[in-house]
Design a protein around this ligand. Structure first.
Ligand SMILES: Cc1cc2nc3c(=O)[nH]c(=O)nc-3n(C[C@H](O)[C@H](O)[C@H](O)COP(=O)(O)O)c2cc1C
Length: 533
């Protein structure tokens, strides 16, 4: 039996490694994906459940006073009771609509969380304890209408605290990104996890990761049910529960499985795809939902966010991915360290421990820092690994842009062109003030923890990306996640010859050029108009 298990695991790992290689973009050719896109076929970014009872949530007053932006990263506010008002605020700042863009006849929405290609693969299910406002049960968050859809009523004693199940619709990403799409789902779920934790902090709440098998998670949010046949599948990503809440997940799953009273039918998101991307589908089907890493717990005292221009709510609402940067804008040294500070281990609630992801920086335009290539190890063992594996420039020099912020300088150079080339010729990587590439410890965690490690590394990178988005927004600056890069090109640049480190994500930051497509419409203008009528 043990031998069989080992073999199964080995072949899953071989499959994973093959998937990783297949989904790399290379100078010679991109990862397999559609050659043309029919925009009319794009899967709907909003799922809803026809026939499910709906619970409206009061729209929060976005103009209300808010805590300093520092609370998004660390510190503890007085916990608020779970009411329609607090739940509404939590969901709005975790995953709600924040703005609309318009170009010609087209309009599309933006959310608190960013998403590769704005395709938003993620869905959120809630397990709510009974209250005078709702029955205990399983609910789906309808993002467009900012309301809850009740999927299942549960007995009052089965849910004692708020929990969330995050899922992904791979098809939404696969439509545009083909085989690479699974990586984007993982990065997106990392962003979403981080943003849930940041938004929870505004309510004085903290989530923790509650590991559970994928079958169990699928059962408690109902995505394994027959009504999903014929619509785009969702796969479970994560379970989050409020810290200190007790959850008997096996009992809950049993009740969900046994109940014949699930309500509503999931909407179809688009036409049947013409092309299937079988490797990423097969991998997604094998991933489990256990995490060996944990969310960092931060000190309860809040540190004000240095140089912040925006408060916590504004930081979330005004976070935008820049599509172009002012390459003349030099970051002040304090801005640069405020941007990187939330990436330092233990300094942000939007981090995982143990640390598995380190940074390569293309510094383009930062006061008191020579332009060039720098490394930022995020752990002692990571420092040793980077030094031993990044062999191209062995003469490392330590530099301290801020007393606690240590970088390893590899080379002084103008790296704008190289950064853009490595990021699939995207100019944002060149015109930013700084572009970062995230290097994940790869071989060792994969050997020790198998598929779990792969998911975890991408999620950790997504979470670091969310720190960078929020930090740049708080500073009145912009960021842009970069999922499109030539993987092995980055490895070659550093002289990485084996797979002990792999690049998993990138990020550009600086002062974004004004995006004329951002309309003046607020995220929920459509609901406010109805409420005001
Ligand atoms: C995982 C991930 C990868 C991304 N990759 C790119 C990229 O390669 N190039 C780019 O211009 N934007 C990229 N983005 C930014 C998205 O296009 C952006 O988040 C989306 O359009 C929504 O806009 P918003 O961030 O302003 O809400 C990425 C975002 C994420 C989360």
């Amino acid at each position: 039996m043990a031998v069989l298990a080992a073999n199964t695991q080995t072949s899953a790992m071989e499959q994973l490694r093959a998937y990783h290689e297949l989904s790399k973009h290379r100078f010679e050719g991109y990862a397999p994906g559609p050659e043309t896109l029919d925009w009319d076929d794009q899967p709907n970014v909003f799922r809803s459940f026809d026939g499910a009872p709906r619970i409206a949530l009061p729209l929060p007053d976005d103009r209300a006073d808010a805590a300093d932006a520092g609370i998004l990263f660390s510190g503890q506010l007085e916990p608020r009771a779970l009411t329609p008002a607090s739940l509404s605020e939590f969901l709005r700042y975790a995953a709600g609509l924040t703005a609309w863009k318009a170009f010609g006849p087209d309009r599309w929405s933006l959310r608190a969380n960013p998403s590769s290609g704005n395709l938003h693969p993620g869905e959120i299910y809630l397990l709510l304890p009974a209250s005078s406002h709702w029955a205990a049960g399983v609910y789906h968050y309808d993002v467009l209408n900012h309301c809850l859809e009740q999927r299942l009523e549960l007995s009052a004693d089965s849910v004692t605290g708020l929990s969330l199940v995050l899922t992904s619709v791979l098809q939404r990403e696969a439509w545009k990104y083909g085989e690479r799409s699974l990586r984007y789902c993982l990065l997106d779920s990392g962003h979403q996890l981080a943003q849930c934790q940041a938004s929870a902090a505004l309510q004085g709440w903290t989530f923790e990761l509650a590991g559970s098998d994928r079958d169990v998670l699928a059962t408690i949010c109902g995505i394994d049910r027959p009504e999903y046949q014929g619509v785009e599948a969702e796969h479970p990503e994560l379970l989050l529960k409020l810290t200190d809440s007790v959850m008997d997940i096996a009992k809950l799953a049993e009740e969900c499985r046994a109940s014949g009273d699930w309500k509503g039918t999931p909407s179809r998101l688009g036409p049947r795809p013409l092309q299937r991307w079988r490797e990423c589908e097969a991998m997604a089907g094998q991933f489990d939902t256990q995490m060996s890493a944990q969310l960092v717990s931060v000190p309860s005292e809040m540190a004000e966010f240095a140089n912040a221009e925006l408060n916590a709510r504004q930081t979330v609402l005004q976070r935008r991915s820049a599509q172009g940067y002012d390459n003349n804008r030099r970051l002040k040294c304090e801005e640069f360290s405020a941007l990187l500070r939330p990436l330092m281990p233990g300094l942000s609630r939007m981090q995982l421990e143990p640390v598995g992801v380190h940074l390569l920086l293309f510094v383009h335009n930062v006061e008191e820092l020579e332009p060039g290539l720098y490394l930022m190890p995020r752990s002692e063992s990571g420092d040793a690994l980077l030094r031993s594996v990044c062999t191209r420039w062995p003469a490392l020099q330590e530099v301290y842009p801020a007393p606690e912020l240590r970088l390893l300088k590899l080379k002084t150079a103008n790296t704008r062109k190289a950064a853009a080339q490595l990021c699939c010729n995207q100019m944002i990587a060149a015109s930013s003030a700084v572009t970062l590439m995230m290097l994940a410890e790869f071989d060792a965690p994969l050997q020790h923890q198998g598929l779990t490690a792969y998911q975890q590394l991408y999620r950790e990178a997504g979470m670091l990306g969310q720190n960078l988005y929020l930090a740049s927004s708080a500073l009145g600056l912009n960021g842009t996640g970069i999922g499109c890069f030539f993987d092995d090109g980055v490895h070659q640049l550093l002289g990485i010859e084996d797979q002990s480190l792999q690049v998993v994500y990138g990020f550009a930051a600086g002062e974004g050029l004004k995006d004329e497509r951002v309309s003046g419409m607020s995220g929920y203008h459509h609901l406010r108009e109805v409420a005001d009528a």
